[in-house]
Design a protein around this ligand. Sequence first.
Ligand code: RNT
Ligand code: ZN
Length: 420
Amino acid sequence: MNDQKIIQAFQAAKERYAEIGVDVEKAVVELDKLPISLHCWQTDDVIGFENPDGNLTGGIQATGNYPGKAHTIDQVRADIDKAMSLIPGKHRVNLHAFYGDFGGKFVDRDQIEPKHFQSWIDWAKEKDYKLDFNCTCFSHDKSADGFTLSSPDPEIRNFWIEHVIRSRKIAEEMGRQLGSKCMHNIWIPDGSKDLTVNRLQYRQNLKDSLDKIFEYKTNDEYMKDCIESKLFGIGAESYTVGSHEFYMGYGVKNNVVVTLDSGHFHPTEVISDKISSLLLFLPEVMLHVSRGIRWDSDHVVILSDELQAIAQEITRANAIDRVHVGLDYFDASINRIGAYVVGVRATQKAFLQALLEPIIQLRAYEAKGQNFERLALLEEAKSMPWTDVYNYYCMQKGVIAGESYIANIEKYEQEVTSKR
Ligand code: RNT
Ligand code: ZN
């Protein structure tokens, strides 16, 4: 697409939006302020660097065998840099604890320290990314029985408590050095395949473990704790200890941010409608934007109705500053860098559309009970020329607009990933 044409289309879009009372320039400025946290685990199918031959466990699975996945830290970073170069705006990278820079040595989870992440922090500083972090409570001997923080065995519980506290300290250090609050997310795989009779006991254990974990007080300016629920995992279909009700209760009572993963609910249950409730009881909300398909909670994000609804709920609640947008999907069956770019661009497009909503008119219709008018305007808004605004935003940021980025990723595949 040539710049001249992008500018012309943008001018026309701007006039068209003005007719429905929407300020396009303001929407672009707002979109530019929205950081999206790119999960590092799309690069290598959630394997990490602790044990390169390790298996992904914990009820999650990356399916597919597309060539060219990242095997080293440098490759992960190069792939993320490549993806970032095709995404307008300044963004974040979300690391998992088992992606530490362990220098070829085995460092167990209860031994990790900020120094194992210093090279990540330095890289982020150099590239002007911010970091988020996750403890890794899966793909490990001590999670093999299916229980970590909720384990009946106090030794196992203490091991994971230690790991999570250390992870929180690492997150704090990331936030301190990078001058931006690092969101630290706790997700555990705990659950069981079949009928479970001690459901209360495991949940009691998890509650006690979390209480111990949060006894270590972190600096709020540097890091924030989040807890993520799930409905079920593969091999843990009957019972998940960390359910939505569990973490909602824990989070609200203890003022811990709740993470909503869009793939972690019943297929017809959506997270978009949970946001306005959580915002009333918690200062912030963390999102893992994903796309659930049947048993899989982690398909590549696309511009779906639900993604649009999520963005609308956040902008309508005026809560862009209170809702942290992170991605969480891993597709090993397609070009992995392409998977990032598709997902982030879709997320940005959803937010741009939401920011371009004729919200004043919509609210006026709703207040007067003019529900046909509200529905009709919502439908019209979908086909307004928001794509011309997105292309303009890409151009402004020096990023390829439109489908030409596909060829650019193919070139990277030919020159870099296919040679791995
Ligand atoms: C798993 C959770 C969790 C993981 C990452 C790797 O179902 O969504 O967030 O995807 O921690
Ligand atoms: Zn998640």
